[in-house]
Design a protein around this ligand. Sequence first.
Ligand code: S3P
Length: 172
Amino acid sequence: MKKIVLLGYMGCGKSTIAKELSKKLEIPFIDLDEFIEKKVKMTIKTIFADKGEIYFRKLEHECFVELLNFPEAIIIGLGGGTPCYANNHELLKGDNVLSIYLKASIDTLVERLSLNKSNRPLIANKNDDEMKEFIATHLFERSFYYNQAQHSVAVDQRTIEETVEDILKILA
Ligand code: S3P
């Protein structure tokens, strides 16, 4: 069964939009970060702090593959870095996958993330100026991977409902 995979930078709205989409389509939503946390009984923050990022990336890849092999249709919300490691970006193009990049500008991301960064190890210790510089570079590096998605939806100045409608049109 098809997997709808939402991807994009931290703060682009993957989980919020996936939850709404899940209600509309009546298909379960699984957040990859939460799946990982349940599996190893550790928070993402603790995994990064105690085991390091490489350990996290391996685990993230294994868990992504596990979700893609679920027999039923599900909506998967990836972590911001998932498409950029292992061969995850190739998996976005699979026959049983419908992948959608939620594309946000640097300003939108900084605005959203400045309110919600404590559980995100890559930006937790940065002030707004440092974060803007970091995101600008990071987004540039990651765009190649995000652009491997089969579809892309711009989320700037769009409400959650509007973005969900945009996605439903892609699915129609
Ligand atoms: C990460 C994004 C996070 C989480 C981890 C690493 C990244 O997910 O997987 O902190 O590399 O961009 P969200 O995009 O859900 O915040």
